[in-house]
Design a protein around this ligand. Structure first.
Ligand code: FE2
Ligand code: FE2
Length: 195
């Protein structure tokens, strides 16, 4: 059984140029994304305390994402870069959340599948950053590690969904959300940010 997905649209080549033009801003945004990914995993635990099949893996994911946050922060600290002062709304996440259906079972499914798509997009982009970084061997190695770790997370959330929904339903909705995500990334304004 296949748990992973192919993104429906590749990131535009101009994106990484925007990132490299202001890497401190990218690191600040990346740190925020890792912190939010950790909080998101724990929010599933808070919202669905009866879903005991997935709670251990959610806690483990939250710890891993918090670990990523710590790693990004350490790289920022070394380079004299502060965390972002004010939290701005992430237009990508906002557009994705608008795709979620509102009735409770479907909402649960959509949130899990969106989490997997977000992880896959993160993995794709960390791989692009890894390939593009030239002058900083330490950061280059770091983005290589992250790419591998986020790609693994892409599978976890689909697997979680398969505990509660049948395979056909999961893959049908995954395909729909994946197509919609591809359209969203193609229309968003480019920023020195993960999304
Ligand atoms: Fe992460
Ligand atoms: Fe992740």
């Amino acid at each position: 059984m296949k748990y992973s997905l192919e993104l429906s649209a590749a990131t535009r080549p101009e994106w990484v140029k925007t990132v490299l033009s202001n890497f401190p801003a990218f690191l600040r945004d990346h740190a925020d994304c890792e912190r939010k990914a950790s909080a998101m995993a724990m929010s599933f635990v808070a919202k669905y305390p009866d879903r005991v099949e997935i709670i251990p893996e959610l806690i483990e994911t939250a710890r891993e994402e918090l670990g990523h946050f710590h790693q990004v922060y350490t790289h920022m600290e070394k380079r004299g870069i502060r965390l972002a002062r004010d939290m701005k709304e992430d237009p990508y996440i906002k557009a994705l959340l608008e795709l979620c259906r509102t009735d409770p079972p479907n909402r649960f499914l959509d949130r899990l599948l969106l989490a997997s798509i977000i992880e896959c997009r993160g993995a794709e982009r960390f791989r692009i950053v890894w390939a593009a970084l030239e002058n900083d061997a330490e950061l280059k190695e770091f983005y290589h590690q992250l790419w591998v770790s986020e790609a693994k997370h892409g599978n976890i959330f689909v697997k979680m969904a398969l505990n509660y929904f049948d395979e056909q339903q999961v893959y049908l909705r995954l395909t729909e959300l994946n197509e919609a995500e591809g359209k969203i990334v193609q229309t968003l304004q480019l920023r020195a940010a993960l999304h």
